[in-house]
Design a protein around this ligand. Structure first.
Ligand code: PRX
Length: 653
């Protein structure tokens, strides 16, 4: 970590927002930020009560914040609210004909371009909500959604929110066993899917994967299938129904349920440092407020903006910044189904120019791919509509930041490097585009209500320049409430380490520089960040060990030019298994089939044994050095057998 600290603290470039930008921004001066932030952490109840007026409530709350029983927070108790109502109904009178979702499918044909107004979206959501009800879905039931990035995905989630059902969206890149785990853990009754989705010119056979999964998910009684790609699929009578058939003739009258502010809105699974994914639970009022307020201020959202967050809705970024945040603000959201390089590497820039996108939010891994594809690609298109750029998912390396600033932003667009997590629900550390002088690679300062700090292992705040644990010292409205069905694990993972102080442990290392800017240094646990997505090393290890040929596996991350972190697996084979390249390919495919493409190892190293301490702990630090092709330094005295390392290195030659 100390090498990281040195390198981030040597970054001295500062980019203040232009006067022209600031003059029109919603928030303009550092004093305004300082005043609001101080107010938000010193008097959170007063601050959040005022912000909550920006949402529509059926009934106002009795109490803003309840932290009587930490770590279980409650916000806006007694309040009644509906997220779908806030994203749709309340906009109808003033801007019912405004485009809510401008969608483009990957094939890009004329019928693949759809614009849904707020009125259209409202109607479709009401219809689908009635379909769910007819299939037995009620308040508190969970619905699994496994779909491509099409408007119906947003429709399905808002339909759940409308009737108080809890959506559990599973990213379309996950495989059947990963679906089984998530559907089972959430006891989902209904699955909403599509025949397939387009990805780089190929069909991802979603329904086929669901069919595989549903063999092992007794809770599921119903599966609704959208026709997207048109290939043949099997429909199980009594269980499966086409979206079109299910919605035909269904009423578009469906009043929004008046739900408790703390009513569960969704579960979203994410990786932790053990094999089993964690079901992050978010509730209605606090989550929606976080998503709405951050979208407005972090992106300086205005009504005329065309807003594009490129994330898939299967990740939290898509939940908060494709659907709930922008729609709660009545924005026009752009949605694009497919790959950034299909049919050519300028697809994103073509879309920006076609729809005059003004706010563009993407991930460093995508930016690094764009850099590789060359400056000529964005230069083919008019990007002058852009005015704010965002980055999320991993620390953005300063070179990528500078390229984004220069080539995409034309040196005129502020870049907001937003740090947050599935658990935080909404952006937590970020520049404000009209105010914050940015430094390439720094997420800068905490958003309102976020009392972030860098502390040592005793919980003492560290002086600037010293790296430590990133914590949040008091609850905030959009924080996770628990892990679905596992309060104990919730306590253990996030609250145990600083139980005395009551701090939330983010799981990231961080350092503040001499100006107090936050620099995120990466994960402190066994969680990898592959292309901005979380992956637990344990999950990949158990997938590998699940293969007959493998007896032991250790997985570590290594520096990867595009993905940020790549997956390296060190594998010990059982008797009879032969170390061949074909077996390496087979194991990669096995991980892909067990978890999903994102987890497939980039490197597989066969080894007769793993470097362990005398007490049997795998020395991952040494494996990381091998995977990165660098010399191992530091203490090796605890290593049981020094030869192992030499052998591992020989194998690489
Ligand atoms: O390590 C941090 C990294 O991504 C983790 C959260 O992952 P996930 O819940 O999948 O959410 C990703 C999108 C919000 C964090 O613990 N991370 C996310 N954004 C940044 C980041 N690291 C550095 N800078 C960021 N802007």
């Amino acid at each position: 970590m100390s090498k990281n600290i040195d390198s981030v603290l040597n970054e001295n470039r500062v980019f203040p927002p232009s006067e022209a930008f600031t003059a029109r921004a919603a928030l303009r001066t550092p004093e305004e930020y300082a005043r609001l932030h101080r107010w938000s952490v010193e008097q959170p109840e007063a601050f959040w009560a005022e912000q909550a007026e920006g949402l529509d409530w059926f009934r106002k709350w009795d109490r803003v914040r309840n932290w009587d029983n930490p770590p279980f927070a409650k916000w806006f108790e007694g309040g009644r609210i509906n997220a779908a109502f806030n994203c749709l109904d309340r906009h109808l009178a003033e801007r019912g004909d405004k485009v809510a979702i401008q969608w483009e499918g990957e094939p890009g044909t004329a019928e693949d371009r759809r614009a849904l107004t707020y009125r259209d979206l409202h109607r479709e959501v009401c219809v689908f909500a009635n379909v769910l009800k007819a299939r037995g879905v009620g308040k508190g039931d969970t619905v699994a959604i496994y779909m491509p990035l099409v408007p119906e995905l947003a429709i399905a989630m808002l339909a759940c929110a409308r009737i108080g059902a809890v959506h559990s969206i599973i990213f379309g890149g996950f495989s059947a066993p990963a679906l089984v785990d998530r559907i089972t853990d959430a006891s989902s009754k209904v699955v909403v899917t599509a025949d397939g989705g387009w990805r780089r010119g190929q069909v991802v056979p979603l329904k086929h994967i669901v069919d595989d999964a549903l063999k092992n998910t007794p809770t599921v009684t119903s599966c609704i299938v959208l026709k997207r790609t048109g290939q043949a699929v099997e429909m199980v009578p009594g269980r499966d129904v086409w979206w079109d058939a299910a919605t035909a003739g269904v009423s578009s009258e469906c009043p929004a349920e008046e739900l408790d502010a703390e009513h569960p809105l969704f579960i979203l699974y994410t990786s932790g440092s053990t094999g089993k994914p964690k079901g992050i639970l978010h509730t209605t009022g606090g989550y929606l407020l976080g998503a709405q307020l951050t979208t407005r201020y972090v992106f300086d959202l205005r009504h005329e903006d065309v807003y594009w967050c490129t994330a898939d809705i299967g990740w939290v970024t898509g939940h908060s910044y494709v659907v709930y945040g922008p729609l709660a603000n009545g924005a026009t959201v752009l949605m694009y189904e497919g790959a950034p390089n299909y049919p050519g590497p300028d697809r994103f820039w073509e879309i920006v120019a076609r729809y005059k996108v003004s706010i563009f939010y993407t991930a460093p891994t995508a930016i690094r791919a764009f850099i590789k594809w060359g400056d000529a690609e964005p230069a083919k298109h008019d990007l002058s509509s852009l005015r704010v750029l965002g980055s999320v998912g991993e620390p953005i390396n300063p070179e990528a930041w500078m390229w984004y600033h220069r080539v995409i932003g034309g040196e005129r667009c502020p870049i907001v490097d937003t740090w947050w997590q599935t658990e935080t629900g909404s952006i937590a550390i970020t520049p404000l585009p009209g105010i914050t002088p940015t430094k390439p690679g720094s997420a800068t300062f905490p958003f309102f209500g976020i009392d972030a700090a860098v502390v040592d292992d005793k919980g003492n705040e560290l002086p600037n320049g010293q790296g430590g644990f990133l914590v949040i010292r008091q609850p905030w409205p959009s924080m996770l409430r628990t892990l679905w069905g596992d309060d104990e694990r919730f306590r253990d993972v996030y609250w145990k380490r600083f139980a005395e102080q009551g701090y939330y442990l983010a799981g990231d290392g961080a350092v503040r520089d001499q100006d107090g800017y936050f620099w995120i240094l990466g994960r402190i646990d066994d969680v990898l960040n592959v292309s901005g997505h979380r992956l637990s090393t344990m999950e990949v290890e158990s997938a590998l060990v699940g293969h007959d040929a493998v007896v032991e596996a250790a997985v570590v991350g290594f520096n990867h030019e595009i993905k940020g972190e790549g997956v390296a697996a060190f594998v010990t084979l059982g008797v009879g298994a032969v170390k061949t390249d074909a077996l390496k390919d087979l194991l990669k495919r096995h991980v892909r089939d067990t978890i999903g493409a994102i987890a497939a190892p980039d490197q597989i190293h066969f080894t007769d044994s793993l470097p362990k301490t005398r007490s049997g702990k795998i020395m991952r630090r040494l494996l990381r050095d091998v995977a990165n092709g660098v010399e191992s330094k530091g203490d090796m005295s605890t290593l049981e057998d020094l030869n192992i390392l030499a052998k591992l290195r020989e194998e690489e030659d």
